[in-house]
Design a protein around this ligand. Structure first.
Ligand code: 0O2
Length: 206
């Protein structure tokens, strides 16, 4: 039986490589002076305790984690606007350094919790000293407002161990609705915001 260190090594390598690659996209937009659909990128390897928790909740055998758990390697791409998400997904679809195996649209189909995000599961080839190893990774693409909500909900979830008091659950749903309205409002005034950003960066450069 492989040690956790050995098992997780290609996932760590994949997360590091993908962070560089996906952050690089933003730099390309900046260099060309066009609005970047990517605000920032984060990545993490799921901690062993979380892997074990999820495996027991979802009945995934430990020797089947490589295929049964898609988000051991996780990347997040944050966007300013909802429309940017589709542009980011298109960029991912056009790449040839990984293969998309699944897409889950929790924006058009939000979760019961109020969670919204676009998930793209990829098969990513990691080059190791023993040859190529394909691993699954999950890229979550969301707006800053969706990320704000998900981050708070995730930490409350941790505190309440997934069982929220009814009033908190209701407030979280209302907060999700507020985040949705904020995204809609921001999209409407997008043109004005972009114009302001262009003026600001011109001023900064002069
Ligand atoms: P962590 O700590 O983020 O790694 P599921 O059946 O929904 O449990 P599955 O099949 O793995 O999950 O696929 P899904 O839903 O596409 O991806 C799960 C991940 O999406 C979660 O990972 C979260 O990152 C995020 N997510 C899904 N639903 C919610 C939600 O209601 N609230 C928040 N805050 N995040 C959510 P993990 O493993 O839960 O945790």
């Amino acid at each position: 039986m492989e040690s956790w260190d050995d098992f997780l090594a290609p996932y760590t390598q994949a997360v590091e490589e993908l962070k560089v690659k996906l952050k690089g996209l933003r730099k390309q937009f900046e260099r060309e002076n066009i609005h970047s659909p990517i605000e920032f990128v984060t990545g993490r390897v799921k901690p062993i305790v979380s892997i074990l928790d999820k495996a027991s909740q979802k009945d995934i055998r430990i020797d089947k984690l490589g295929t049964g758990m898609q988000d051991i390697a996780g990347l997040r791409m944050m966007c300013q606007f909802v429309d940017d998400i589709e542009q980011v997904v298109e960029l991912l679809r056009g790449r040839n350094d990984f293969e998309i195996v699944e897409e889950r649209n929790y924006i058009s189909h939000k979760k019961a919790s109020g969670y919204r995000s676009y998930h793209v599961v990829i098969r990513y080839p990691v080059q190791t000293i023993h040859g190529e190893k394909n691993i699954l990774a999950e890229i979550q693409i969301r707006t800053l407002a969706m990320n704000f909500w998900a981050t708070i909900e995730h930490s409350l979830n941790y505190k309440y161990k997934g069982i929220f008091p009814e009033d908190i659950q209701l407030r979280l749903k209302r907060a999700a609705e507020a985040a949705f309205l904020l995204d809609a409002e921001m999209s409407q005034i997008r043109t004005e915001i972009q114009e302001a950003q262009r003026l600001f960066s011109r001023k900064k450069d002069s």
